[in-house]
Design a protein around this ligand. Sequence first.
Ligand code: SF4
Length: 359
Amino acid sequence: MIGIYVHIPFCESKCVYCAFASFVKDESFQSDYFEFLNKEIRTCKFEDRQVSSIYFGGGTPSCVKPEKIVEVLTTIKNNFKVSENAEITIECNPCSTSLEKLEAYHSAGFNRISFGVQSLDSKMLKFLGRRHDKAQALDAIKKAKAAGFENISADLLLGLPKERVLKDAKCLMRQGVKHISAYMLQLEEGTKLKSLVEGGEVELPSEDKVVKTYQKLCKLLQKNGFAQYEISNFAQNGFKSQHNYAYWTGRAYLGFGLGAHSFDGAFVRWANADNFEDYFLGKQNKECLSPAQRDEEIVMLGLRCDAGFDKTKLSFDIEKVPAFKQLLANNILIQKGNKVFLNPTYYNISNSVIIKLLP
Ligand code: SF4
């Protein structure tokens, strides 16, 4: 079973903190892109054709014509064996989401929607360069439900100036979202936000303050029935993202579109070029992971989520790593058979735990 990721690299404008492969392009350019994307899917020769999850991300998939999105999904269905109960997600921006579009996605087979809400403070959204406000975000969730979506996720940003993520999370839960992803704001190279912060025009909360807010958020969500199943992801029972698990548990996945990454489930990764010129020439970067690199991934991905990792999959004997027994004794790590898990209380120190475990 594999997961499929489709990258839609178009947005209506660029947000101040964004370092993703996303561009503002006209319709004729978009048409060329979709033509190439469909061809890339049709000509893919990967052996495993059984698909358990599909994820359309970006960029902003909802800012292009829904027919284009539906066509790509149809191409995937015609060229792979998509399971009947496959999770099929589309990322949407509240400002580019009409009821008609949502209905078109739903009838094409999308069964999960992920809204880039980020904040419910309209002024903050404007500062971030987002094109929606609070009312549009809440309206989009309402329309998604009206279009037939039950599995609705919302992204929130932690670490914004004037933090109010707890209030926003409460509001989103009242709207009936089933899944919340809370990501730390990152100051990425080359973004407008980084120059504003470096120039002293914007002040971000201290790391300590952000960690405290994160811990409060974890408690709040858990109290309301949202299990934390990964550092940044929380879901009600039955609504964990299956596609994310494909990444975290080392299953094979295929990425189509600009800059999209693929993994064969063993040792080979490859990525499409992240500029249009090279992407249209079919250029890719391929990387063969060494056993030590693969070990690092297995431990890192497994300990970031509730899937854990299977210690027999490692190329070294973790029992011989001095810190391993100590971490078990301190209840920071939990062992069940061959599986090793990080105690969720310690998700925020996962990086230091991972470093201690690797030889
Ligand atoms: S909507 Fe998302 S991908 Fe597009 S510019 Fe903003 S942060 Fe980047």
